[in-house]
Design a protein around this ligand. Structure first.
Ligand SMILES: [Zn+2]
Length: 332
């Protein structure tokens, strides 16, 4: 649907726009899909569309011509629109209680009250249970928009009470053009970021605008190279420090998986599909140092460890095993 402040996911904006136009908005939606794929952006746009003063049209997009409601929703100052996120890694029972108290009161300005709850899988059992009753019998003016990148961890009782929208990565080309047109990124950089993003526009936009993301990538890739030639002591010490990096663990493992994938591509003569285009010379040099089965085994180990890390295993142990098994250059 043209006019939504969302890149891609047209089927979803069409569906939500139709719900607003026809007055058939459900009381609960769950947006699922990989991290930084656009779930929150879509939920915010939907929130705006429901509360827009120019009702039943698309939400106001142009920052210089926004209705009062859309402007305040966008700035987080609209009394009937709230976004709730985990505090100290968890969505706490007190946060849900506050939401429920608020939800029970009629809207102050709009015809609805809309609550976004991010990463619903982080709700403590008590918080999830408190929310369930409202999901079952919500006050008629309340709409709940939940997001999650871990659908497998969302309680079945929550899933069954929501309309579920599964977002998929955008085509890489779509990410590239969006970076150039909306964020003014240079063509080569946009092509590289789009490749690395795997279709997650949120990641690409953040990497384009925050040097920190880029520096972190460089650090983890350099660390990997140092670790392959490091001994047991270095590897275990690194495991210890990485295990304390919280979100950094998945970032590092994802980058390393991409690295070994690239090595395999070069070994198979498919360098045109590389992710890490900016490090091609280094990849070619490294690819010559390993047998293909070593790169393959390293990639499989990383994918397995990523799944285990997401499944809340003993993180330190999983990283110890991964790093001790990391291959050493075998070809000289
Ligand atoms: Zn508006």
């Amino acid at each position: 649907m043209a006019g939504w402040p969302v890149v891609g996911h047209e089927w979803a904006t069409d569906l939500l726009a139709h719900a607003v136009r026809s007055g058939q908005v459900s009381h609960a939606y769950l947006f699922v899909g990989p991290d930084q794929i656009g779930k929150l952006t879509l939920a915010r746009a939907f929130m705006q569309a429901m509360l827009c003063d120019r009702a039943e049209g698309p939400p106001c997009v142009d920052p210089s011509d926004m209705c009062r409601a859309c402007r305040r929703v966008a700035e987080g100052r609209y009394p009937d629109a709230q976004v709730i996120a985990a505090e100290k890694n968890w969505i706490q029972i007190d946060q849900v209680r506050t939401l429920l108290t608020d939800a029970a009161i009629a809207p102050l300005e709009g015809k609805r009250k809309v609550f976004v709850i991010r990463e619903i899988e982080r709700a403590t059992p008590a918080a999830a249970n408190a929310l369930l009753k409202t999901l079952e019998e919500p006050p008629p003016h309340v709409v709940l928009l939940l997001t999650s990148d871990r659908r497998d961890l969302v309680l079945p009782t929550v899933l069954s009470r929501c309309q579920i929208l599964s977002l998929r990565p955008l085509p890489v080309e779509r990410v590239r053009t969006a970076l150039q047109e909306r964020w003014g990124v240079e063509e080569d950089q946009a092509a590289l970021l789009a490749r690395l993003s795997g279709g997650r526009l949120g990641w690409a936009a953040q990497a384009a605008t925050e040097p920190r993301v880029w520096q972190t990538r460089a650090k983890y890739l350099d660390d990997l190279l140092a670790l392959t030639s490091g001994g047991h002591v270095e590897r275990l010490a690194y495991s210890e420090s990485l295990s304390r990096a919280n979100d950094g663990v998945e970032v590092a493992l994802g980058l390393w998986a991409g690295w070994w994938r690239d090595l395999l591509l070069i070994q198979n003569g498919q360098a045109e599909a590389l992710l890490n285009l900016d490090r091609k010379a280094q990849l070619v040099q490294q690819a010559a140092l390993y047998r293909p089965e070593q790169a393959q085994a390293a990639l499989v180990d990383l994918m397995r460890t990523l799944r285990r890390v997401r499944g809340n295993v003993n993180l330190r142990l999983a990283l110890d095993v991964l790093l001790l098994r990391l291959p050493r250059p075998a070809v000289s």
